[in-house]
Write a protein that binds this ligand. Structure first.
Ligand code: PLP
Length: 367
């Protein structure tokens, strides 16, 4: 039996990509906002129905730049979630800000909105929630809280490309949303990322900061770094965008197969489908809570059959406490996140995962 990995990158046909990059051999314009970059940016603005998309060489730098562009006071606190990839917290700390961890809810593992206000103080400057697994946060309530307290909202939407709520794309919530186009995500540009925002006033600043802060007049407007997306990444994005709906449809079929086998089994919990939300089927997390096997046992049973699931996400709050000296972080303060992290397993899921593969995986889990 062939090995099944947790994920497998979506790719266009080889010839399709070659056709897309052919003109780069004539122009010799390989990066710095060339034709592919411009075309891809416009296509995303249209697809996401958002006035501004700024492209980056990866999602992490995009998130760092989003935080930096909002000019939050140095040392200010940013309320975020511990139940995410480490990139989210690192982006806060690397901006000289302090992450304050808000626990997640026990249903879709996004930030528990009932616990946000208790964490707000005079040092709080922003909220940075994550649409974890592609599950959308309670965006309306978060917006209300932010407006009431004068806070910025930046979404880590790394998992939510292609997700819409009542027809509105995940790009449209908060002040800025970040997508990752890493090879392992639903939609990829090999490495890549984007910031999406409605405030036209941010565009020039983000574009300058992305390119060393250069102002185009031999001067430097910001102490910017280099976070530009290349023409080859943009070309990959143009190709993959053509196939996105098909890839999501294939993922959906795999998820439906998982759901039909695993829902209603005692001791197994699945994320509920969110009302009004059209999913991108990015991940299929399963919580083993009182099942005949615990999470680690299921992981080992699958691994013995060359099927690789992943134990994520796991909060790293205590690690930050020691490595970044953060008084606000701390184990024990986000019990739901910590408890779920012990019980959750993210199942293999990618467009080419067949229903037969899903059945084989479920047979092992249910045996
Ligand atoms: C993938 C990911 C990132 C980082 O994106 P890269 O494109 O890999 O830099 C940030 N946050 C979350 C939640 C992610 O899953």
């Amino acid at each position: 039996m062939a090995k099944i990995n947790v994920t497998r990158s979506s790719m266009p046909g080889f010839e399709e990509y070659c056709d897309e990059i052919r003109e780069l051999w004539d122009s010799r314009w390989l990066t710095n906002a060339g034709v592919k970059h411009q075309q891809f940016g416009r296509q995303l603005e249209e697809y996401l129905n958002i006035p501004n998309v700024t492209l980056y060489t990866n999602g992490h730098l995009a998130l760092e730049e989003a935080i930096a562009a909002l000019d939050l006071p140095r040392g200010a606190e940013v309320i975020t979630t511990p139940f995410t990839f480490v990139s989210t917290t690192n982006a806060i700390i690397r901006n000289g800000l302090v992450p304050v961890f808000c626990d997640v809810n026990d249903s879709d593992y996004t930030m528990d909105v009932a616990k946000i206000e208790a964490l707000i103080c005079e040092r709080t400057a922003a909220i940075l929630p994550v649409h974890v697994y592609g599950n959308l946060c309670a965006v309306d309530q978060i917006q209300q809280i932010a407006e009431k307290h004068g806070l910025k909202v930046i979404y880590d939407a790394a998992h939510a490309f292609g997700v819409t709520k009542n027809g509105v794309s995940a790009a449209c919530f908060g002040d800025i949303s970040m997508f990752s186009f890493h090879a392992t995500k639903v939609f990829n540009t090999i490495e890549g990322g984007a910031l999406c925002y409605s405030d036209d006033g941010l565009r020039k600043k983000l574009e300058q900061r992305r390119n060393f802060g250069l102002d185009g007049k031999d001067g430097c407007a910001y102490p910017g770094g280099n976070a530009k997306m290349s023409e080859f990444q943009a070309a990959m994005g143009i190709c993959n965008l053509r196939h996105l709906q098909g890839e999501i449809a294939k993922r959906k079929a795999a998820v439906e197969a998982y759901r039909s086998r695993l829902s209603g089994v005692a001791g197994i919990r699945l994320c509920p489908e969110q009302e009004g939300v059209s999913s991108n089927y990015a991940y299929f997390p399963v919580v083993f809570d009182g099942y005949k096997y615990n999470r680690d046992e299921v992981f080992e049973h699958l691994k013995a059959q060359d099927i690789i699931a992943r134990k994520y996400f796991y909060p790293l709050t205590s690690c930050f406490e020691s490595c970044a000296g953060l008084p606000a972080a701390g184990a024990g303060k986000t019990p739901v996140a910590e408890s779920i992290a012990e019980k959750i397993l993210t199942m293999p899921l990618y467009a080419d995962l067949t229903v037969a593969d899903v059945n084989r995986i479920c047979d092992i889990i249910l045996e």
